[in-house]
Design a protein around this ligand. Structure first.
Ligand SMILES: [Zn+2]
Length: 338
């Protein structure tokens, strides 16, 4: 049954479980970096993470969203009190802080809060080209990266090209934890900046343009936006987004190689702008991020955009070098599309 769940793809029990888990992680945002790190070395902190999973599981059968969050909050805070008594040093300080955070959990949808805030910022950057997406939340029966319960990042984001477009956040609840919650903003910004407004037909996951060049731009925006959207979470979100990227971007796979090539193209262009154009690196990066957004909105086939990115990922030919010099400072990269 799905009555009461705000997401059609999510049964009410899974919704209340994910709501309670996400709400407690959200209220603990400032401590999630320590929570993750100490859970790797301190058994008592690992137990606290296990108790959080159990508290969220217990919320699945609550009668209302509010009861789900209140019940999980109380259950976890009680366990944290007991665990803190057996801990010492930084682990004890952390568990005591988490206990206070647990008491402050709210029943607002933590996924939608991130989605809405980041969507608003994306809409400003894309302007008329923006096509407001809706959020879908889905619970997975297995880990999307096939790492089972050990996966630090048992989540995935994808775009369904419907009208309006649907961004689906998939979570494997059994392995959900602080590290996974911390990368949700990065997943949203990737879908918003790379895919939602993309023109040029359906995107391939081996597109150096969509997955690499645009992902470079999405990282640029993400690192600026997260500080506005959730300053407490920002340092941990940035740290885990980089770690997550290492997990999902493997040079030996076609997807990973395309992603790396597209990013090298972007980095190479920034370096060229700094060395040839006399710009500061921040200014060059901001210019390129803006150009990437404009290029994404150009109604040209993705293959043409890939071709340009592949050219940019190699040592610049004299023709490309000359073309780039000509288009600066006022022109746009889209004029170089084949
Ligand atoms: Zn993508």
């Amino acid at each position: 049954m799905t009555g009461g769940s705000p997401y059609s793809a999510l049964e009410i029990e899974t919704w209340r479980r994910l709501l309670a888990h996400g709400a407690l992680l959200r209220s603990s945002a400032a401590y999630l970096g320590d929570f993750h790190d100490l859970s790797l070395t301190q058994q008592v902190v690992r137990s606290a993470a296990g108790e959080l999973t159990l508290a969220a599981q217990g919320a699945a059968l609550a009668a209302t969203d509010d009861a789900a969050v209140r019940g999980a909050s109380l259950a976890w805070a009680t366990e944290l009190t007991h665990l803190a008594l057996t801990a010492s040093g930084p682990a004890q300080a952390l568990l005591t802080a988490l206990q206070v955070c647990a008491g402050q959990a709210s029943n607002l949808d933590p996924y939608r809060l991130l989605f809405d805030a980041l969507e608003e910022l994306s809409a400003v950057v894309y302007g008329e080209c923006w096509d407001s997406p809706t959020l879908s939340l889905a619970g997975l029966m297995t880990d999307p990266h096939l790492n089972g319960l050990d996966d630090l990042y048992p989540i995935a984001g994808l775009l369904e090209s419907r009208n309006p477009p649907v961004v689906e956040l998939q979570i494997y609840p059994e392995a959900f934890r602080a590290s996974a919650y911390a990368v949700i903003p990065r997943l949203f910004v990737h879908e918003f900046v790379c895919h939602v407004p993309a023109r040029g037909g359906p995107s391939s996951n081996t597109s150096a343009f969509a997955e690499g060049f645009m992902d470079w731009a999405s990282e640029f925006f993400f690192e600026r936006w997260i500080a506005l959207v959730d300053p407490s979470l920002a340092p941990t979100a940035i740290e885990h987004s980089r770690a997550y990227d290492q997990v999902v971007t493997r040079a030996a796979t076609p997807e990973g190689a395309a992603r790396r090539r597209g990013r090298r193209a972007a980095e190479g262009l920034v370096i060229w702008l700094v060395s040839q154009g006399g710009r500061q690196i921040d200014e060059a990066s901001a210019w390129l991020a803006r150009q990437a957004v404009l290029l994404n909105c150009v109604d040209a086939p993705e293959a043409a955009k890939d071709q340009l990115v592949i050219q940019l990922s190699q040592p610049f030919s004299p023709q490309l070098d000359a073309s780039l010099r000509r288009l600066l400072p006022g022109g746009g990269l889209s004029s170089l599309l084949p």
